[in-house]
Design a protein around this ligand. Sequence first.
Ligand SMILES: [Zn+2]
Ligand SMILES: [Zn+2]
Length: 346
Amino acid sequence: MATLLRLTDHGLYCEAGDFHVDPWGAVPRAVVTHAHGDHVAWGCGSYLTTTSGLPPLRARLDRDARIRALAYGEAIVINGVRVSLHPAGHILGSAQVRMEYQGEVWVVSGDYKIDPDPTCAAFEPVRCHTFVTESTFGLPIYRWPPQQEVFAEINAWWRANQRAGKATLLFAYALGKAQRLLAGLDPSLGPIFTHGAVERMTQAYLAAGVQLPLTTHAATVERGADWSQALVLAPPSADGSPWTRRFGNQATGFASGWMLVRGARRRGALDRGFALSDHVDWPGLMAAIDATGASRIWVTHGYSSVVVRWLRERGLEAHLVQTRFEGERDDEERDADAAVASPEYP
Ligand SMILES: [Zn+2]
Ligand SMILES: [Zn+2]
């Protein structure tokens, strides 16, 4: 079986096509699954993304970065390799990369989830010979509760905070999770405000035509305002920062898949954790792998060794592929970067 991709110092490289997928550093040609910090390197000669992924990617990169966009399912040929992008259901514009060369089909999943999300196109299984899958939550303990229950819990918590006269500070990754939360919040409860990093990405979503409740950038509100009825969406990096002082008496919560496991609740000061993830859980991961029909699986980005062992026991050819980063944990780091790098959005 031909090896269409191999792992290099700069990440996954397609030799026949002479391009990288989600490279770790500056390369001539980058095919990007989505705009999260652990999938995008600065300084590449050119970038290929989806049409809906263009606004968030543009928000991450230099203004003069060369970005080409494809509609989902549209194909181009790069040095003889047929490349197309297919919905991954992770965040706005997120894609699986399908590569076909001399009859061999490879798919790189990027980050993905199966659960429906009104802020992005639904995950689409793509048949292939080799599937390169993420495994951020690749342990059998990870099974997501129904998201309607999580949203109901968040809205109930917001109401309880209002009754107690406290501002509601909800921390979530600025790109993707924050907008998915927005779509699940009940805007009839009160006003919704954003931290600058969230505001910037929310604007990118609006630019791509996603419908979201009205929000106000918190920095535009005068000092001394009453925040007791408000919900404020901010990146995890803002938790405990001087920026939060303006909201006075407050309750804090964090929405992330890591909140499913109590031990993952870092920063003990948080009042609440909500288990909401933009990655597949264990049953979703296994179902997605099955649906590809692939006989060879490369596992990356998370609890890879557990997933590899599991797949091998089921008779599949599975390999562990190292990554530089570990999924959502790093989006968080990059949120901090984004907040620092955009002084216009404090
Ligand atoms: Zn991601
Ligand atoms: Zn990731």
